[in-house]
Design a protein around this ligand. Structure first.
Ligand SMILES: NC(=O)c1ccc[n+]([C@@H]2O[C@H](COP(=O)([O-])OP(=O)(O)OC[C@H]3O[C@@H](n4cnc5c(N)ncnc54)[C@H](O)[C@@H]3O)[C@@H](O)[C@H]2O)c1
Ligand SMILES: O=C/C=C/C=C(\O)C(=O)O
Length: 491
C-alpha cells in the first residue's frame, strides 16, 4: 500500500496506511486548474486516538531510548531517500499547491533534504550542560543536565510551504527521540503522506511517525490538540488559530511552539543600489504568490527614490510569469484556493475603499481555458495608503504590498514597528552601519539586511507579538523537543 493509490490519499497510523472510508473524506483540488485530483480520507476521533496511542507505544517500546547515532543516521537515510525520490516529492508538492516546478524543486523539496541533514548534524554534535558547584566548607557538587524527548508531539502545519514546514518540525522532533502525530493542512495532504513511505523505507519503527488528515474544529486538528496523550504542540499557521490552539492545550499546561502570521516591512533607504533593491523586494513580495509568512506586505521607501522604486517594482511585477506550473519559465503560481482568493480579493476592495491607488494588478488574470478554474490573482502594488489602513495592518497573505514614503530613519523605524505582528523585516541600504543599526531596532524574530529569506537553520527562528511564541532552529529546536533533567551529585 502506498500513500496515494486508487485515487485516495490515506492516513498513516502505527506503521500502516489506513483503508479509507468513503463517508468521511474531502477533495484534493489542484489550485492551478481547480480540478479534483484525489479523495482524502478524513481521520475521525477514533483514528486520531489510535495515532496518539501508537505514538506513545512506539516511544515506550524503545524509540525514546534509541542511541543518538542511530536516530541521526536514520535522518540522513531519509534525506538520501527523499533525494532518490525527489521528482515524486516535487510532483506531490505541485499537485497540492499549484506552485511552479522551479520553486518546488529549488525551495520546498530541497529544504526538506536540508532540514533532515541539518538536524542530524545538530543533534549528533549536541553536548549537555554541566557545572561543578563550589559549596561551603570547600565541598563541591557536580550538576549536569540530560535531555529526554518531550514525548508525543502534535505537529500541525499550514498549506503554503507544506513539505518545508513539516520537515522543519519533524526532523528535529525525531532526532530528539520524540514520536509525532502530524496534521497537515486540509489544502495540502499529499507530501505528509508520501513522507511516511520514505520514513518506513529507511526503517523508522511503526508508530513513530503518524499522519491524520482533516480540518481544524470538530476534525482531526482539534481531536489532536485536545487529546490527553499529547505532550506538546508545534503549530504553524494563522495567529487566530494559534490563539485558539493555545487555549485548547492550556488546561493540560502543554508546551507550545507557535510560528504564526506576519505583516512584514521592508525599509528602503536613499543610498541603495536601485536594481539590487528591486530584485530583493520583488522576491520578498511575490515569492510563492505572496503566500510566505515572511513575505513583505509593507514597503517603506525614502521619499527621494520613491518613484524609482515604485516604477521599478511595477516593471518587475509585469515581468512575473503566471501560468502552467510545469513550465520552467513560470515564476508565479495561483493562490491555494478559491476561498483564499476571495479573501485576498476582498482586501483589494477594502484597499480601494481606503483610498489606495493601484499601481499594478488588482484583479484576476486571464490565463486561458485550461487554467480558468484555478485560483489565480494578479500581482498587485498600492500607494496612497497609511499605517492606519486595514490593508496595511492586517495580514493578507497574497502577492500584494503597500508602498509608503518616509523622510527620516527614525520615522522609518517607527512605521515598520507600528504593528501587532513581529515576524520579519528587511532593511535595504549601502550604509552597513545603518543596516546593522536599523535591523537591530526591528521588533521581529528575523531581520535581514540587503537580502530576504536567506536562512541559517542553526539560528533561532520565530516571531514575537501576534507572530508567535518560542523559537525553532538550531539549539532552539533541541530546547523545544526535549525536556532536561538536571542531576546534582554531592562530590
Ligand atoms: N510563522 C511561520 O513560520 C508561518 C509559516 C507559514 C504560514 N504561517 C501562517 O499560516 C497562515 C496560513 O496558513 P493556514 O491558512 O493553513 O493557517 P490556519 O491557521 O488556517 O491552519 C493551519 C493549520 O492548523 C489547522 N487548524 C485550523 N484550525 C485548527 C484548530 N482549531 N485546532 C487545530 N488545528 C487547526 C489547519 O487545518 C492547518 O493544518 C498565515 O497566517 C501565515 O502567516 C506562518
Ligand atoms: O511561510 C513561512 C515560512 C517559514 C519558513 C521557515 O520556517 C523556514 O525557513 O525554516
Amino acid at each position: 500500500m502506498t500513500s496515494q493509490c486508487d485515487g485516495w490519499i490515506r492516513n498513516y497510523v502505527d506503521g500502516s496506511y489506513v483503508e479509507p472510508d468513503e463517508s468521511s473524506s474531502f477533495d484534493q483540488v489542484d489550485p492551478a486548474t481547480g480540478r479534483v485530483l484525489a479523495r482524502v480520507h478524513e481521520a475521525d476521533k477514533a483514528l486520531v486516538d489510535r495515532a496518539v496511542t501508537s505514538a506513545r507505544r512506539a516511544l515506550d517500546n524503545g524509540w525514546a531510548d534509541t542511541p543518538v547515532r542511530e536516530r541521526t543516521a536514520l535522518l540522513r537515510r531519509a534525506a538520501d531517500r527523499i533525494e532518490e525520490r525527489f521528482e515524486e516529492f516535487v510532483a506531490a508538492e505541485m499537485a497540492d499547491t499549484g506552485k511552479p516546478i522551479t520553486q518546488a524543486r529549488e525551495l520546498d523539496v530541497a529544504r526538506a533534504l536540508t532540514n533532515f541533514r541539518t538536524f542530524a548534524d545538530i543533534v549528533a554534535a549536541a553536548g549537555q550542560e554541566s557545572f561543578v558547584t563550589d559549596l561551603a566548607g570547600g565541598k563541591q557538587a557536580l550538576n549536569y543536565a540530560i535531555r529526554k524527548p518531550l514525548g508525543v508531539v502534535a505537529v500541525i502545519v499550514p498549506w503554503n510551504l507544506p513539505l518545508l514546514l513539516l520537515t522543519w518540525k519533524v526532523a528535529p522532533a525525531l532526532a530528539c527521540g520524540n514520536s509525532v502525530v502530524v496534521k497537515p493542512s486540509e489544502e495540502t495532504p499529499a507530501t505528509a503522506s508520501l513522507l511516511a513511505e520514505v520514513l518506513e523505507e529507511v526503517g523508522l519503527p511503526a508508530g513513530v511517525y503518524n499522519v491524520v488528515h482533516g480540518f481544524g474544529a470538530n476534525s482531526a486538528g482539534e481531536f489532536l490538540t485536545t487529546h490527553p496523550g499529547i505532550d506538546g504542540v508545534t503549530f504553524t499557521g494563522s495567529s487566530a488559530t494559534g490563539s485558539h490552539v493555545m487555549k485548547t492545550v492550556a488546561p493540560r499546561v502543554r508546551p507550545v511552539s507557535f510560528e504564526l502570521g506576519g505583516k512584514n516591512a521592508a525599509i528602503v533607504f536613499d543610498d541603495v543600489d536601485i536594481d539590487e533593491a528591486l530584485t530583493g523586494l520583488t522576491k520578498s513580495v511575490f515569492t510563492n504568490t505572496g503566500q510566505v509568512c515572511l513575505c513583505t506586505e509593507r514597503v517603506y521607501v525614502h521619499r527621494s527614490i520613491f518613484d524609482d522604486i515604485a516604477g521599478g517594482l511595477v516593471e518587475r511585477a509585469a515581468g512575473l510569469r503566471l501560468g502552467d506550473p510545469t513550465l520552467d519559465a513560470t515564476t508565479t503560481g495561483p493562490l491555494i484556493s478559491q476561498a483564499h482568493r476571495k479573501k485576498v480579493l476582498d482586501y483589494f476592495e477594502i484597499a480601494e475603499q481606503e483610498g489606495a491607488k493601484v499601481l499594478t494588478g488588482g484583479g484576476i488574470p486571464d490565463l486561458g481555458q485550461e487554467l480558468s478554474g484555478g485560483s489565480w490573482i494578479e500581482p498587485t502594488l498600492w500607494t496612497g495608503l497609511t499605517n492606519k489602513d486595514r490593508v496595511v495592518r492586517e495580514e493578507i497573505f497574497g502577492p500584494v504590498a503597500a508602498l509608503i514614503p518616509f523622510e527620516t530613519e527614525a520615522e522609518a523605524i517607527a512605521l515598520a514597528n507600528d504593528t501587532e505582528y513581529g515576524l520579519a523585516a528587511s532593511v535595504w541600504t549601502n550604509d552597513l552601519r545603518r543596516g546593522h543599526r536599523v535591523a537591530q531596532k526591528m521588533n521581529v524574530g528575523i531581520s535581514w539586511v540587503n537580502t530576504w529569506f536567506t536562512r541559517e537553520l542553526r539560528s533561532p527562528f520565530g516571531g514575537m507579538g501576534l507572530s508567535g511564541i518560542g523559537r525553532e532552529g538550531g539549539e532552539s529546536s533541541l530546547h523545544f523537543y526535549t525536556e532536561p533533567t538536571n542531576v546534582c551529585v554531592q562530590l
